[in-house]
Design a protein around this ligand. Structure first.
Ligand code: FE2
Length: 478
C-alpha cells in the first residue's frame, strides 16, 4: 500500500491498524473468458464476515473498469478471497485491485487464455520446490522480468519441516500439523517480496507435490506410519490451507481430507495443459521408498499413480485434445532413469519408475491412441533432467527455486547418467526454473540457472535450450 492511501484510510475510522494485504494478491486458472482473483486478509484486528471489494480494468491505471464485485472474507476460510471473474475477453491483459475497510491492495496484472481457435504462441515458466530455509528467491526475481503469459507451479510450494540450524533463512515453527500451523507457514513464504511479485504480475496454475502436506506421503499413508485417522486429519488441514492460499476456483474447495486438484486448461490450438495430482490417489510405494532396483510389485497392474478416475481422465483428455501439444503438469519423474553408476540399475521408488505398471499403461495408451505430442513437465527432485520417453514423449524436469541450496556442477555425473540412460540429454543440479515458448511447430524449453541462492541477488543465465518439433518426440539442442 502507498503511504498516501494508508493515511487516507486513517482519516476515515480505520478498520485496520496495519496493511491487511501483506500476503499480496494473485490470479490464476485462466480460461478464455474467466480468471480467478485471490487475496487473503491478514491483520490483528479482523472481525468475521468482512466485505472485500475487487475491481478489474483494461488498463494499468484502473480507469477503464470492466468488472467489479464483492466477496465475504471469513474466519472459517482464513479470510481468503477467491473471486471468479467471468465475461472477459480472451488473450488479453487485465489489471485488478482489492479494497477493504478503506484500504487498497497493490494493483495486480493478469491475462485470460486465448480463444479456442487461436494459434497464439504460449510463453510460460514452470517452477517447483521453494524451501524457504534453504535459500533466497532470486530465481523469482528474474522470472518477474520475463515476458510471460503464465506461471505453472509443480509443487513443494511450502515445506512442512521445523526449524533447521545454519540455514540462510528460518522456518517459523516446528513441523506443521494443525490448520493454524499450515496457515502460518504460508504467511512466512509469502513474506518474500520476489514470490509476491511473480504472483502479482502473472496468472498461475498450481498443483502440489508432497511437502504441502508431508514428505513422500501416498494417499492416506504418511512416511513414518502415523495412524490413518490422524494423517487424514493432518491432510485435511494441509489441503484447506493450500486452497486458502492459492488462486483456485471455488470448485476446488476441499471436502474434509479430499481436494480435487487435477484439471486442464486449453491455450487455443497451441497447448492443452493437464494438471496432475500424483499424491492424493496413488498406491503406497509398491517397492517401498528410496533408490533400488524395481521389485516385482512395481509391475503389479493394480498399482496406480493417478488413481483410476484421474488416469482415465488423462488418457481421454489427451486423445481428444485438438491442440498441438499435450502438456502434463506433473510432479515426479516419468522417464525411467537409472541412477546407479556402473553395473546394475537403481530407480527412485517414489517416482513413476516405482509404479512401472502405471507408467507402462500410459506409454501403451500413447502408442495406441496417438494423442498429439505429449510433453511432461516435472518438479520434485531439485535437479534438471531432459529425456526422451521411449518413442512417444519428452520430459523436461525443472530444478528447484531454492531446495537443496546452491547446488553443484556435476559434469562427470551428467556424463555417467547419459551413459546409463540413452534417452537422457541433460542433467544439472543447480537452482532456477524453466521458461517455455510453444507454437504450432516447436516446443522450446530454456533452462534458466542462478549461481547462488544462499545469499540474495545475483545474475541469471540460460544454461541450455532444447527444442522439440511437433510430430517428432526427440530432443534437439537449440
Ligand atoms: Fe522438493
Amino acid at each position: 500500500m502507498h503511504r498516501r492511501e494508508f493515511l487516507l484510510s486513517l482519516a476515515a475510522a480505520p478498520l485496520f491498524k496495519s496493511n491487511p494485504f501483506i500476503q499480496g494478491i494473485a490470479s490464476g486458472d485462466p480460461l478464455p473468458d474467466s480468471i480467478v482473483l485471490w487475496t487473503r486478509l491478514e491483520s490483528p484486528q479482523l472481525s468475521s464476515g468482512l466485505e472485500v471489494e475487487w475491481i478489474l480494468a483494461e488498463d494499468e491505471g484502473l480507469k477503464k473498469i470492466v468488472k467489479r464485485g464483492k466477496e465475504i472474507a471469513s474466519d472459517d476460510l482464513g479470510y481468503s478471497v477467491h473471486a471468479d471473474v467471468k465475461g472477459l475477453k480472451p488473450a488479453r491483459w487485465y489489471w485488478y485491485q482489492f479494497r477493504c475497510g478503506g484500504v487498497e491492495s497493490e494493483i495486480g496484472r493478469t491475462r485470460t487464455a486465448p480463444a479456442p481457435g487461436s494459434q497464439d504462441t504460449l510463453r510460460f515458466a514452470f517452477a517447483s520446490c521453494q524451501h524457504y530455509e534453504q535459500g533466497y528467491y532470486t530465481a523469482y526475481e528474474h522470472m518477474a522480468k520475463e515476458d510471460l503469459q503464465l506461471v505453472v507451479h509443480l509443487g513443494d510450494y511450502i515445506y512442512e519441516g521445523g526449524i533447521s540450524a545454519n540455514r540462510p533463512r528460518k522456518h517459523n515453527s516446528p513441523e506443521i500439523v494443525t490448520l493454524n500451523d499450515y496457515r502460518n507457514r504460508y504467511s512466512l513464504y509469502r513474506s518474500d517480496a520476489h514470490l509476491r511479485k511473480v504472483h502479482q504480475l502473472f496468472p498461475w496454475i498450481v498443483t502440489w507435490d508432497d511437502h504441502e502436506v508431508d514428505n513422500n506421503y501416498a494417499d492416506d499413508k504418511e512416511e513414518r506410519g502415523a495412524s490413518r485417522e490422524s494423517f487424514l486429519e493432518r491432510r485435511a488441514n494441509a489441503y484447506q490451507a493450500y486452497y486458502e492460499h492459492m488462486p483456485l476456483r471455488k470448485s476446488s474447495l476441499p471436502r474434509g481430507s479430499k481436494l480435487d486438484l487435477y484439471r486442464r486448461f486449453d491455450f487455443g490450438k497451441t497447448a492443452r495443459i493437464h494438471v496432475l495430482d500424483t499424491r492424493q490417489y496413488r498406491s503406497d510405494q509398491p517397492c517401498g521408498d528410496g533408490r533400488k532396483p524395481q521389485c516385482p510389485a512395481a509391475l503389479d497392474p493394480s498399482q496406480t499413480m493417478l488413481g483410476e478416475t484421474q488416469e482415465r481422465w488423462l488418457m481421454n483428455g489427451m486423445k481428444e485434445a485438438r491442440q498441438t501439444w499435450n502438456v502434463l503438469a506433473n510432479q515426479v519423474m516419468f522417464a525411467k532413469t537409472d541412477v546407479k553408476p556402473g553395473d546394475g540399475q537403481e530407480y527412485s521408488m517414489d517416482q513413476w519408475s516405482g509404479y512401472e505398471a502405471a507408467r507402462q499403461r500410459l506409454i501403451r495408451n500413447w502408442r495406441e491412441a496417438k494423442p498429439n505430442n505429449p510433453v511432461i513437465l516435472t518438479g520434485d527432485i531439485h535437479s534438471n533432467w531432459v529425456s526422451e520417453v521411449e518413442d512417444v514423449a519428452v520430459e523436461f524436469v525443472g530444478t528447484s527455486i531454492t531446495s537443496g541450496g546452491d547446488g553443484v556442477e556435476l559434469p562427470f555425473a551428467e556424463a555417467n547418467f547419459k551413459k546409463e540412460n540413452p534417452g537422457l540429454h541433460f542433467f544439472l543440479a543447480k537452482r532456477g526454473y524453466v521458461s517455455c515458448l510453444v507454437d504450432q511447430k516447436r516446443y522450446e524449453s530454456n533452462y534458466r540457472i542462478v549461481p547462488v541462492v544462499t545469499t540474495p541477488g545475483g545474475p541469471m543465465e540460460t544454461r541450455a535450450k532444447f527444442v522439440v518439433e511437433s510430430g517428432r518426440p526427440k530432443i534437439q539442442r537449440g
